[in-house]
Design a protein around this ligand. Structure first.
Ligand code: SAH
Length: 205
């Protein structure tokens, strides 16, 4: 099984303790974001590709209304237990993000991605950016920590080209921040970049 488009691929990695990306704790740069003006003015949050759910649970603890999506049941089972242990409410969705139904159109004030954009098949990045736009409310924000931004062959994680990503997401969203001045964990220092985009008010084109 070697198809990143299928949940089985990810379930197997989680089951084999091969989830090398897992920080076992909330992402420090995300915790900073939760305190930022961009986040604190908003409430409904989607964590896309939430994995073991540390970020989702941390956001719920701080009062955000959190939906955490991942198509790996193994990851979500763990995340549900974490939420229970921490005594917070998170709406967990075991779904393929690309198949998310219209029920979630214009649904979120914030969408957060860490290590999910680099996990999907690079040939689906345009579809991914469109789906992100679709689920955002007008004036909603998309916060993504682009990683790994160095050149590398193969994946996952597949190399993230900052210019390509910026062009893609800027097709429909407005870039408001792009910075490497974030609290990266040591092995990822210099290899990641935070971007925040805003969905303009008004009708979708
Ligand atoms: N954000 C988490 C997990 C990153 S690993 C963290 O930083 O720890 C990438 C995650 O995306 C995996 O849990 C994988 O199951 C999920 N994923 C990949 N493609 C997906 C898709 N099409 N729909 C939903 N989840 C997906």
């Amino acid at each position: 099984m070697n198809d990143v488009n299928k949940s089985e691929f990810w379930n197997e990695l989680y089951r084999n303790n091969a989830a090398a990306w897992d920080l076992k704790t909330p992402t420090p740069a995300f915790t900073d974001l939760l305190e930022s003006e961009y986040f604190s003015a908003r409430r409904t949050l989607l964590v896309v590709g939430c994995g073991y759910g540390y970020d989702a649970v941390e956001a719920a603890k701080r009062g955000f209304e959190v939906t955490a999506l991942d198509f790996s049941e193994t990851a979500i089972d763990f995340a549900k237990k974490l939420a229970q242990k921490e005594n917070v409410n998170v709406n967990f969705l075991v779904e393929d993000f690309f198949n998310l139904t219209d029920e979630y159109l214009d649904a979120f004030e914030i969408v957060f991605d860490y290590v999910t954009y680099c996990a999907i098949d690079p040939g689906r990045r345009k579809d991914y950016s469109e789906k992100i736009f679709d689920v955002l409310k007008p004036n909603g924000i998309f916060a993504i920590i682009l990683f790994p931004i160095e050149k590398r062959i193969g994946g996952p994680p597949f190399a993230v080209d900052v210019n390509e990503a910026t062009e893609l997401f800027s097709e429909k969203l407005e870039l408001i921040i792009s910075t490497d001045k974030i609290n990266s964990i040591k092995p990822r220092k210099g290899r990641e970049l935070l971007q925040i985009y805003r969905r303009p008010d008004g009708k979708k084109s």
